[in-house]
Write a protein that binds this ligand. Structure first.
Ligand code: ADP
Length: 224
């Protein structure tokens, strides 16, 4: 489902070029659960941004679900992100002035889904993460773990084929982090491919495959 070939990303910081990814190749099949691990500065976030179509590579190829995304323009990339990918970030990234329900509805708003269907699907997604009783709460009225569960509902409401998570347990205590990982497990059991960047070895140990990155290259690929 994911195929990257010799993927490269070089950032320019003033006159200096920073090679963040220096030729990474791997494939991920549908239904896999992959953790990307490696020391700070090794290129994990860069790889995540490329896989999420949030940035474009400097070189190499990226095929997602049979589409060569490395050549798409901004509008087409936005469409791929909206249709195929759910995102979960360390800092939750919920909109503070919207309720939990409205936050979860957003991806469907962008997709042009009618209001009733949107509401129904968003309520169902919030029930799936155990927040059926919190739909009218604003993010600042929710705990960190609850906010992350809202973010997971938002990621999943559009039924993506890929869930991408960047340090999803990074801001959570271990018990709350475990709840988030349990949800990821259920989402993966239901057939969604999960790719997660993490420093947290407890989180990484829940995945079925570890991709190890160091200095912008793939150093290891282990199936657990
Ligand atoms: P990780 O997520 O593993 O910590 P990153 O992908 O964030 O690593 O960064 C890889 C390298 O690229 C680092 O050396 C970092 O300083 C550099 N880098 C990341 N983003 C930028 C940017 N926007 N501009 C310049 N350099 C960057």
């Amino acid at each position: 489902m994911i195929k990257v070939e010799d993927l490269r990303k070089t950032y320019r910081a003033g006159l200096v070029e920073v090679p963040a990814l220096r030729g990474v190749s791997f494939e991920v099949e549908r239904g896999e659960y992959v953790a990307i691990v490696g020391p700070s500065g090794s290129g994990k976030s860069t790889l995540m941004h490329l896989l999420g179509c949030l940035d474009v590579p400097s070189g190499g190829r990226y095929m997602l679900d049979g589409v060569e995304v490395s050549t798409l323009g901004e509008d087409e990339l936005a469409r791929v992100r909206n249709r195929k990918i759910g995102f979960v970030f360390q800092g939750f990234h919920l909109l503070p002035r919207l309720t939990a329900l409205e936050n979860v509805e957003l991806p469907l708003v962008y997709r042009g889904v009618d209001a009733n269907t949107r509401r129904e699907k968003a309520v169902r997604a919030l029930e799936m993460v155990g927040l059926g009783a919190r739909v009218q709460h604003y993010p600042n009225e929710l705990s960190g773990g609850e906010q992350q569960r809202v973010a997971i509902a938002r990621a999943m409401v559009g039924e993506p084929i890929l869930l991408l998570a960047d340090e999803p347990t990074g801001n959570l205590d271990s018990r709350t982090g475990a709840e988030v990982l349990d949800l990821f497990q259920r989402i993966n059991d239901a057939g969604c491919t999960v790719v997660m960047v993490t420093h947290d070895m407890t989180a990484a140990s829940r995945a079925k495959r570890l991709l190890k990155i160091r200095d912008g290259v793939l150093e290891g690929d282990e199936r657990v």
